[in-house]
Structures are given as C-alpha cells and as structure tokens.
Design a protein around this ligand. Structure first.
Ligand code: ACM
Ligand code: ZN
Length: 616
C-alpha cells in the first residue's frame, strides 16, 4: 500500500514539475524585502545566448549591463551580449531594461517570465536595484569568485519595489583603525548588494588624520601616524609600542568616489570639528587654545580636551581643508562632526572667553553653536549642506543643518520638531561596534549587547512626532567605530549580518517587516555571503541564554535562537543536551547554582554550537 502511495505522490510531483512549479516563498529570499512580490510558475534560464537589451544606452545603463555580464563571466564562465537597440523588439532569451516615466526615484518593476526578464525604471538607479534583486533570485553561486556549473535560473515572479527611506547609510571609521582602498571597495560592494546608498566616511579623529590635504601636508605626514596604540580598553594603561598609520591620497579618494558612484552610493566625508581634532592640532598646534607645550596624535580611544580654538587661523585652516574636501566629494552633504567637544579648554582660553563676551554669548555651548554656524555658512555658500552629530543642537541648531541622532532619539526628535532633517542612528540600536553575541565568548567589543533582533526590530520614526514632523526623518545609518576592529575581517564580523537587518529597515516599509520572515530569508542570504567569503558573525544557530534577576534568591532564565523553526533542548544537570533533553518553551526559575547547557535542533539535527551559561 505504502509503495502505491509513493508512486502516486511521485507522479503528482513530476506532473507539477512539467507544468511549471511555483517557486516557494522561501526561494524568493531577497534582502531587503521588496515592496511587493507575486510568485508565478516556471523559471527563466540564463545561457551564453542570453542578451542584455538596453532601451536607454547612456553610460550609466551601459555600466549596469557590463556589471551584469562581468558577473556571469566570473561565476558562470560565459558573458551576456549587450544590445542597445530600442527599435528591435526582443521577446526571447533576453533581459530587457526599459524606461518607464513617472516611477518613484530608485523604484523598479521586475517581470520574470520563462521567455525574458523585463526591468522597468525611470532612472538607472532603479535599474541598478533591480539588478541587485536579480542577483539574489539567481543561485547563490552568482556571488562566487570561481566558475561553477549550476543551473543559472531565476523563478518567474513580478516584483514592484521602492525604498522606504532616501538615506540608507553605513558609516565606517577609518581613523581608530585604517583600511585599504580595496577593503573600502568591498565595504561598498556589500552596501550596494543591500541597496544601501550613503557611505559616511569618518576620515579625521584624535587618533589619526586620514585624508591628504595638499595645502597642509603635515596632516598626513605626521597626523596620520600615532606612535603606539592602547591594548585593551582605553584606560588599560598598556600600549603596543608600535607606530600605526595610514591615509588616502587624493587620487585614491577620487577612485573610491567613482567606484561608489557606479554603485549609486554617495560618499559623505566627515571632517571632525571642533572636537576630536587632536591629530590636526598635533600637526598645527596654533589651531588649539595653546594651553599645552606639546600635542601628540592620541594613542588611546576616548574624548580629548584639546579641541580647535575658534579663531581666525582655525577658520582659515578649516575652510581651506573643506575647499579641498568639497572638490573631491560631490555629495550635497558634508559631515562636520560636532560631537563630544569638551569645553574645558575654551573655559581656560583668553581668546575664547573674550569671544564669548564680544559676541554676547551665554556660554561655551553657544560658542560651539557659533563655530558650527560659521562653518555652515561657508559650506552653504559653496552650495552644500552640513550634517552633524546630535551635539550640534547645543547652544542652538545651525539654520540648515541635518542632525545625525546617535545619543538616543531625543536629538532627532528635537531636530524634527524644529523642521530639520534627521538621520537616526541611536547607539543602543545601530552602533555595530557593540557586542552582538555573548560578551563572555566574543573578542573585545564596545558597549553592551545589541542583538540582531534588536537591530531588526528598531523602528526609526518616533511615535511622538506628528505626521508632519515624521517626514523629517530622512533615513537611518549603521555606524562602525573601529576601536576593536584592527583588521577588515573584524569589520565584516561586527557589521554582518546586523547590516542586513539595517538594510531592511532602510528599504522596506515598516508594515512589511517581520522578524521570522527575515530570519528565514537570512538563512538563504548566508549562502550568498559565504560565496563572497564574508566573515559575518555565525551565531545565528546558537542558543542565547539570558538570566534576569528576579529577587534575592530567584532568577528567571530565558533562551532564544535566531534560526527560524529551531527547537532548543537544554539541561541543568551537567549532561550534554540532545533531542531527548527538555525542550525550552517558556522562561523558568532557577535559584541554585547550576550549569545551563543548551543547543538548537531542526528536524532532530543539531544546527548550532552548544551554549553554556554558569549560574551561581
Ligand atoms: C560618536 O559616537 N561620538 C558620534
Ligand atoms: Zn581658545
């Protein structure tokens, strides 16, 4: 009887395959999640005769087509011929890029049927994002660096997609640690894959100045090098005794700006002022309040009292620097820092105190506001706008400034209420230098734990804002401060997969976000990151154990695992957890000294590493 059932089931299976199988939701595992996906039957298969047809053969479209063909050469071993012929009608074995007027900026429509793929967009940006989706509809090997013999097919589907936010950013600090041109390009590639479109490049700091400025060569000759680096946390007192440095030449910066532009990524450079200026002051001490004999590039992390003094020479220096910066970076926005500027030097400085009197200012906070407003005026005159961290609110916001809200949401809320644009990146959610897994098992990181789910669940538009004010929240950004990231592998580890979660909040409408659905797509997405050799954090299948103090003699234990549909088995008797051990289903109390051991399973197979947590 069983064998007859098997034969019938097999027959149904074959029949449905012959009729064209519908791809399951699971196969459409695009991150960030598209706005609307309608799955259809069948698939489109790429081969060496597939054409790329461009109805608009401008350079931007040519570059998109070439990128697609190059990708196939690398991973499939064949190229796709590019045809720029709006007059000839192609309906078979082609991927056709068509212009469609009136679509939202960056939006695209994608229609995959068995004969051809059609992409509609009103600009190359939309076409580029459609291409990122197509890559994710292909087998993950399309992201590989070696030729693979797989079926290069895409499920038939209709996708209508557009971004939630216009600013979808990732920040990288290259000052605390330095990364090469190729590493920056890889960072940009990963951003592009996730439809992120702003790279906030943190280029100057107390611990190193990283951008060549022709008029002030000492900035890179001396300011890019610190004599040694602290070991451990900023207050350990131990140093490695090894000089550390690096900087980007202007030619390298131009190369990176162009590389980003080809991926529709705008680079916003950050030149820190008035604080975090010690590397510059070490090169040009007259820019400080002159309270010390000697200034050195910082060798440990933190905040330093040696800040720019608001005097004519300083503004001349900063305007010269910003002039060169604006020649290199075509972005509308220039980031001027503004964060963490201690006021102790200004309090002791005769010039600063005199200036406060002359200008009729209340205090040093208003002096900071004067500083920022003066710089804003200069940047606005050049047709650009400033962005600054929360602290530019101190003493009054510059008239046209955009606020990057990192201290929490308060600064962003205040700025939106004053009708200023805001980028949300609260450190408690979007600082990717914070731990993402058990701090007792991870290498040293900053702050506290910000799990993948906490990052994913963050909703960046505060409910306290009115509908009119909410419009000022222009987007979000993941921030990667690199105190504890001495190499690029570590940057990848800390940023991914949390940056995948950020990309979904940036691109996908809040109402379409769903943690469980995200995790099931992420499982597939890991195969793509594996193909690219990304060193992402791999604790997705591991159980996380948390204890919550409930009273003097009672603790509540909770457990979770990110992998969808996983079952947690645990023990508290010292034995190895297996499929016959108790299943974790809800929080429980412990009030004695025990070792909790837990492992996640799927279909009775272990999926992650065992987690242990000792409770005393
Ligand atoms: C910051 O983290 N100091 C912006
Ligand atoms: Zn001063």
């Amino acid at each position: 009887m069983m064998s007859i059932i098997k034969i019938i089931l097999g027959f149904i299976c074959c029949l449905s395959f012959a009729m064209g199988v519908k791809a399951s939701e699971r196969e459409i595992s695009v991150i960030p999640k598209p706005h609307s996906v309608v799955i259809q039957s069948g698939e489109f298969q790429f081969n060496a005769n597939t054409l790329i047809v461009l109805h608009d053969h401008s350079e931007a479209y040519q570059k998109i087509a070439t990128a697609l063909s190059d990708r196939f050469i690398k991973s499939a071993g064949f190229s796709l011929k590019i045809k720029s012929s709006p007059d000839t009608v192609y309906t078979r074995n082609a991927i056709i890029f068509k212009n469609k007027a009136g679509m939202v900026d960056e939006a695209y429509q994608l229609e995959v049927n068995t004969d051809c793929i059609t992409v509609f967009s009103s600009s190359p940006k939309g076409a580029f994002y459609a291409l990122q989706t197509i890559y994710q509809l292909l087998p993950p090997q399309i992201f590989g660096q070696k030729q693979k013999n797989v079926k290069w097919s895409v499920p038939c589907v209709k996708i209508d997609d557009k971004p939630q936010f216009s600013y979808r950013g990732m920040h990288l600090d290259v000052c605390l640690h330095f990364f090469t041109v190729d590493e920056i390009k890889r960072y940009l590639d990963l951003m592009a894959m996730h439809k992120l479109n702003v790279f906030h490049w943190h280029l100057t700091e107390d611990q190193g100045w990283r951008i060549e400025i022709k008029k002030y060569p000492r900035l890179t000759e001396f300011g890019s090098i610190r004599k040694e680096t602290v070991i451990g946390t900023h207050k350990s007192g131990f140093y490695d005794g090894t000089p550390y440095g690096g900087f980007y030449t202007q030619e390298e910066i131009k190369e990176i700006v162009n590389y980003a532009a080809d991926r529709f990524i705008t680079i916003i450079p950050e030149i820190e002022m008035p604080g975090h200026a010690l590397a510059a002051i070490a090169c040009y001490p007259h820019l400080s309040c002159g309270l010390e004999e000697k200034y050195e590039v910082a060798t440990r992390w933190g905040i330093f009292p040696q800040v720019f003094c608001p005097k004519a020479e300083t503004f001349e220096f900063l305007e010269d620097v910003l002039t060169e910066v604006m020649e290199l970076f075509p972005s509308k926005y220039i980031h001027i820092g503004g964060d963490e500027c201690p006021k102790s030097s200004w309090k002791k400085c005769r010039h600063c105190q005199n200036l406060i009197k002359i200008l009729g200012l209340k205090d040093e906070f208003e002096l900071q506001s004067f500083f920022i407003q003066r710089i804003e005026k200069f940047i606005n005159e050049k047709g650009r706008q400033i962005i600054g961290w929360d602290e530019i609110l101190q003493g009054g916001l510059a008239p046209n400034a955009t606020v990057m809200s990192w201290l929490g949401e308060e600064g962003g809320i205040k700025a939106a209420q004053q009708h200023h644009d805001v980028i949300m990146c609260p450190h408690t959610k979007y600082y990717l230098d914070y731990y993402q897994a058990d701090p007792n098992k991870e290498l040293l990181a900053m702050g506290h734990l910000v799990t993948l789910q906490e990052v994913y669940d963050y909703s960046p538009v505060p409910e306290v804002l009115s509908d009119e004010e909410k419009v000022y929240i222009k987007g979000i950004q993941g921030c990667v401060w690199t105190e504890y990231m001495p190499n690029f592998k570590r940057v990848e580890y800390m940023a991914y997969p949390r940056a995948c979660a950020i990309s979904e909040t940036a691109w996908t409408q809040e109402k379409n976000k769903n943690w469980k659905d995200f995790t099931s797509r992420l499982e597939k997405h890991f195969e793509r990151l594996d193909q690219m050799g990304v060193n992402y954090c791999k604790t997705f299948n591991d159980v996380q154990i948390f204890t919550h103090k409930d009273g003097p003699y009672s603790n509540i234990v909770t457990m979770k695992v990110d992998a969808p549909d996983a079952i947690i088995h645990y023990t508290i008797d010292g034995t190895t957890p297996g499929i016959h051990s108790p299943v974790y289903s809800r929080p429980f109390v412990i009030n004695k000294s025990v070792l909790i051991r837990a492992t996640a399973f799927k279909k009775n197979k272990q999926i992650g590493k065992e987690t242990q947590s000792k409770f005393n």
